[in-house]
Structure formats: C-alpha cells, structure tokens
Design a protein around this ligand. Structure first.
Ligand code: ZN
Length: 244
C-alpha cells in the first residue's frame, strides 16, 4: 500500500522544516540529534533495506554491486554539487559553482527520500515504516543543511527560507511519484539496493561524524556515541520483531 507514504511523508516535511528553523535561529548545528539520526540511518540501511533488497533480487551477488553504485553515486554527486554544507563558511564561499546547484541537489535528495518511502511501503509495512523513520530522523539534518548551506553561500535569509520550503515539500512530491510508479519485485530490489548505498554514504560521511565532533573543551562526547549505538540497537530490535 504505497499510498500511505504520502500522508506519512508529511512527517519528513515537519522534520526538515524544524531543522531549518533551528539553523535559522542558531548558527551552530545540533550534533546530538544528528548523531542519533546517523545511527538510525545506517542501521536501517544495513539491517532492513539491504536484506529486503537481496530478498527481492534473489541473489546476493546481484544486489551488492547496486549498493556500491548507490554509495559511489552519492559520493560523486557530492563532489559535483559541493554538498559539503557543514564546511566552514569561508571555504564554502570559495567554491564557485555552488549556490543554486547545491540547494537544488539537497532538494533532489529529499525528493528521492520521498520516493524511497513509497517504494519501501510497496515492499511491506515494516520496511516502509523503517525507511520513513530513517528519512524523518535525518530530515532534521537535511533542513539544517539546506539553510546553513544557502546562508553560507549568500547570507540571504529570505532565500534560505525559500529553499527550505522547497526542500521540505520535496519528500511529499517524491512519495506521490513513488506511489504512482509500479515496478516488479526485482526492479524494486535494485532500487532498494541503491537506497542502501545512499543511506550508508550519507550516514557514514555526513551524520555519524557528528557523534565524534569535539565539544568546546576539545573532547568528544560519550553521550552522543552512546546515542548512536542506541539508534543501531533500537533499529535492530525493531527488525527482530518483524522477522522473529
Ligand atoms: Zn534526506
């Protein structure tokens, strides 16, 4: 029932808007929330999306290269669009082509988040809910990134708000598109494998490092590390309930 993805992706809209609101108010990021969402995103990719992809494709060795393609694709996209939004502002300004292209890239990412939710619900409700959870939990970081990215480029708050709205509603549009397309189980498996690669890359490079970010006193926070591990543990527990 992929259509349920449409109302549920409103949660992603709310998460992105609240992340952006925080970024508009506070100049610094919230590493604690991001550390937790890193754990959730990587765990959902490894423990839920990847096995469902393999099951749908039917053969592990056919599935895994698509995970690699997703991982590498996101890596290359980040290079092209210079999406390293939490770079320090001076460096970000030095990148020439950024601006609109970067904000567009982030919005495109949120759109594919929405498509992913819908496709996951067409596998089964559990996968749908877990992918939804992964998207909502990092939606906060997406909104935060969009705003801090546009602000670091232009310092234009009205422009940042505009891009935040575009980014925030992108998952809703993605969920609508994703629930319209119907694909075979096998094609669905390949999409899921790509998503697993996306999630792994984003979680490992953008979200998880927040768990090790240093405090003002120069020390990392064990609390954030514990939260990340708890995110993994929580997702594992949920997948065990789904596959006893
Ligand atoms: Zn996202």
């Amino acid at each position: 029932m992929p259509e349920v993805a449409i109302p549920l992706s409103a949660l992603a809209v709310a998460a992105i808007l609240s992340g952006g609101a925080v970024a508009l108010r506070l100049a610094h990021t919230l590493p604690t929330v991001i550390a937790l969402s890193g754990g959730i995103v990587v765990a959902v990719a490894l423990l839920e999306v990847l096995p469902e992809a393999v099951e749908n494709i039917g053969e592990v060795h056919d599935a895994v290269p698509f995970v690699a393609v997703g991982f590498l694709g996101f890596f290359l996209l980040e290079r092209v669009l210079v999406l390293h939004h939490r770079d320090d502002p001076e460096q970000a300004r030095a990148h020439g082509r950024v601006g609109v292209l970067g904000a567009l890239g982030l919005s495109l990412h949120s759109f594919t988040d929405g498509v992913g939710i819908a496709l996951a619900f067409s596998v089964n409700t559990e996968t749908g809910l877990l992918v939804l959870l992964a998207v909502v939990s990092h939606g906060f970081a997406d909104g935060l990134n969009t705003v801090s990215f546009v602000l670091s480029q232009s310092g234009d708050r009205a422009r940042a708000r505009r891009w935040l709205r575009i980014d925030a509603f992108a998952p809703l549009a993605g969920a609508a598109v994703g629930s319209l397309i119907s694909v075979s189980d096998q094609t669905l498996g390949y999409f899921l494998a790509l998503y697993a690669g996306f999630f792994l890359y984003m979680g490992a490079t953008d979200l998880l490092p927040a768990a090790h970010a240093h405090e003002h006193d120069g020390h990392g926070s064990w609390g954030r590390v514990v939260l990340t591990v708890a995110g993994f543990g929580g997702i594992y527990a949920i997948t065990l309930l789904g596959h006893p």
